[in-house]
Design a protein. Structure first.
Length: 250
């Protein structure tokens, strides 16, 4: 496994206490970074802190990215601890229920969008000015193959992830004249708690769409994401990197 050069860098990983987020955290720590893990589930966050240890290089903060004030407070706590934010991984999201659009609960749709899309906006809006001040930054937003193609019976998740792609492209263009890269990845289904909580028939449907014939491994996602946040990735911005095992058609 390659070791990326993240020595001296400070990263924020939202939803970093489990799933892809946790795999990214572990890979970043192996690569020399310090990491602030944000998660709204305090129980999961505490279990993550116990598992990882390394209190000198790991900060665990309870934060709800769907609430701007919570994001601003967590960003301040991160800056108070590390004095800089070099990397932002917008990973936190909700999957929502599986059902036809005309039956989809409006409150569930609103919550999925509030956390996954508005939350990503809140984090970028809050943290980009600090990156601009330091004249350096790397941002990776977690979208999904559902954001490209739209999964049936997943209207909120598909819509939210499509919005994350557009946000990435817009912000990437705004910051293109600076050494701040903004990219996103579009994973296929991986064995995360959110994904596996979906209806079994829906999991079978999306798994059957993957030419590789299997789920994405968490470590595979972490490999791509961690390279995207290195200084070596100095030209590409506003781009969408595929993690769909061959499903993507564009």
């Amino acid at each position: 496994m390659n070791r990326y050069d993240l020595e001296g860098r400070t990263a924020i990983v939202t939803g970093g206490a489990q799933g892809i987020g946790l795999a990214v955290v572990e890979r970043m720590l192996e690569s020399g970074a310090s990491v602030s893990i944000w998660d709204r589930d305090k129980t999961v966050l505490n279990a993550c802190a116990d598992k990882i240890g390394q209190p000198d290089r790991v900060q665990c903060l309870t934060a709800d990215i769907g609430v701007l004030a919570s994001v601003e407070a967590a960003a301040k706590a991160t800056l108070d601890r590390y004095s800089r934010i070099d990397i932002l991984i917008n990973n936190a999201a909700l999957v929502g229920p599986n059902m036809p659009t005309w039956e989809y609960p409006p409150e569930a749709f609103a919550e999925v969008v509030q956390v996954g899309l508005n939350g990503t906006f809140h984090c970028c809006r809050t943290i980009v000015p600090h990156m601009m001040e330091k004249a350096y930054g790397r941002i990776v937003n977690l979208s999904s193959i559902a954001g490209k193609e739209g999964n049936p019976n997943a209207v909120a998740y598909s819509s939210m992830k499509a919005g994350v792609i557009a946000l990435t492209k817009s912000l990437g263009k705004e910051l293109a004249g600076r050494d701040i890269a903004v990219n996103c990845v579009t994973p296929a289904v991986a064995r995360t708690s959110g994904a596996m909580a979906q209806a079994p028939e829906h999991i079978a449907y999306i798994l059957g769409k993957i030419p590789r014939g299997r789920m994405l491994e968490l470590e595979e996602a972490a490999s791509m994401i961690c390279w995207l946040v290195t200084q070596e990735n100095s030209f590409t911005t506003g781009a969408v990197f595929d993690l769909s095992g061959g499903r993507a058609t564009y």
